[in-house]
Design a protein around this ligand. Structure first.
Ligand code: ZN
Length: 72
């Protein structure tokens, strides 16, 4: 099972929000695009409180920006 990468398979869809005091759907915000991967922050979809963060090691977005192709 090595060498296979599954994109979006492990995305968090709900996280505990301390402001709402319950698990809430989250929105993913891209914070930084780096040559080594991207940094994301998860925020509560209801109140906007940051409830988690994630880094990945996917450099394809960075390379896309370098080559002039912008991803939204
Ligand atoms: Zn909340």
């Amino acid at each position: 099972m090595t060498g296979q990468r599954q994109y979006d398979a492990l995305e968090a869809s709900e996280l505990f929000c301390p402001t709402c005091r319950r698990a809430q759907p989250v929105r993913r915000h891209l914070l930084l695009v780096l040559p080594t991967g991207n940094k994301y922050e998860y925020r509560c979809a209801a109140c906007g409180t940051p409830v988690g963060a994630k880094d990945d090691t996917d450099a394809s977005e960075f390379n896309s920006i370098l080559s002039g192709r912008r991803l939204k």
